[in-house]
Design a protein around this ligand. Sequence first.
Ligand SMILES: Cc1cc2nc3c(=O)[nH]c(=O)nc-3n(C[C@H](O)[C@H](O)[C@H](O)COP(=O)(O)OP(=O)(O)OC[C@H]3O[C@@H](n4cnc5c(N)ncnc54)[C@H](O)[C@@H]3O)c2cc1C
Length: 499
Amino acid sequence: MALPSSVDVVVVGAGNAALCAALAAAERGCSVLVLERAPETEAGGNSRFTAGAFRCVYDGVDDLRALMPDLTDDEVARADFGTYTAAQFFDDMGRVTEYRTDPELCDLLVTNSRATMLWLSGLGMRFLPIWGRQAYRIGGRFKFWGGLTVEAVGGGPGLVEAFYGAARGAGVEIAFGARATELLTDDAGVTGVRVRADGRTSTISAKAVVLACGGFESNAEWRTRYLGPGWDLAKVRGTRFNTGDGIRMALDAGAEAAGNWSGCHAVAWDRNAPDFGDLAVGDGFQKHSYPLGVMLNAHGARFVDEGADFRNYTYAKYGRVILEQPQQFAWQVFDATVSPLLRDEYRIRQATRVRAETLEALVGKLEGVDAAVALATLKAFNAAVTRDVPFDPNVKDGRQTVGLAVPKSNWANPLETPPFEAYQVTCGVTFTFGGLRIDRVARVISTDGGPIPGLFAAGELVGGLFYFNYPGGTGLMAGAVFGKIAGASAAAHARGEGD
Ligand SMILES: Cc1cc2nc3c(=O)[nH]c(=O)nc-3n(C[C@H](O)[C@H](O)[C@H](O)COP(=O)(O)OP(=O)(O)OC[C@H]3O[C@@H](n4cnc5c(N)ncnc54)[C@H](O)[C@@H]3O)c2cc1C
């Protein structure tokens, strides 16, 4: 499409945060242009790679029914959804970030989550309970755990498709293959963007610009520079287009850096996955059922408490732990007692998997591993399990090991029932935590302290929410909350309503 020379609001990026910003600005009567660096076939950023899980506050099943009107009485009767109150969300954010999360941003995230989900539903997004992955069926009932209950219909691809449909309906233009390269500024603030599209550079003037174009996870050089040595060796789980452009453009315009620049979200990811995400496989390369088994490194040793907490609260930091192991890999080992409980991603054709009828045979198949030490490790683990505590994957069951240097605190099942299987994983980086400082209305703050007039930001490139770790499902929720706020603020600025 031919790019316009002027528009009220330019939104950079076309993932979840960007589309929330675009739709919020359009709702307020602004003309909106979305610039997406990727071609249409690869558009939608990391948001398209997700399972579409959103962490949001609900005080009971009535809140969920308001969000998911398709829930039937029968489904409600056979599920224990519990609650996920604002207090629980605050607790989770505090605990996993070691109480470093920015209190103001965290407050906005938590207190706006429910209303923002209802807003998305009003725009035509449809949601479902996360049966199976966030609730195991025990005694005929699904019990949800870990605060993560809702996902978009069709996962990430369904979410992005729904967003693009809503954008078309709202008159929002999306330019694919259009990379923003620089912010245009004058003494009054940001006045537009420079864009590269179809091999040509042009400028677009705008009354307000929203940056929502991801972190720097897909930039090996920046990863090594900020996350540290070894991070060039990580695989990227999602889009190859999030190379830090938005952060760089804003810093060049005087923005202040905020948050955990040496931190990121990184998980156990198939050892033989491609260097960047593959939309045909989506999040299928992840291997998130490690709390049900054990992980061994190249030395044949366990190196982390696989059952320290529900996977929602450990998976995002264990990628780093795997990266720190010799040759940056681990094997996840399970026996037949738990293999029916493994998540769907363990059943994909592309999984790096070995199987054997005995532990002795299995360790011989673990490529790159000291088999003798691995066998001794598994036997010592089996001997250390407290067998009198019943196994229950729906709660932190306290079935633990005793006397091991590396304990397993919950779901410790001896590996005794054949067939045994193991999956080789490495570190897959999801997104980076460091980014730009924003205020309560998503204005980008400058190193001089005040907001940069006309510049707003949302999504991964905002720093300050996440440190060290992350509660699953918060990325989409944060992107939606701050995207909606950024779009509304950009519209107010564009209409001269003051900030
Ligand atoms: C495999 C995987 C599974 C995940 N699962 C979940 C989940 O279930 N729930 C959850 O909450 N989070 C999940 N996440 C994290 C989640 O994807 C992110 O937190 C969230 O999608 C980020 O949204 P965003 O809009 O900030 O960025 P993105 O969705 O990545 O969008 C950024 C966009 O900016 C574009 N862009 C980059 N540079 C430029 C430029 N210079 N000009 C124009 N456009 C540019 C990119 O092409 C992209 O479209 C997952 C991530 C991955 C990779």
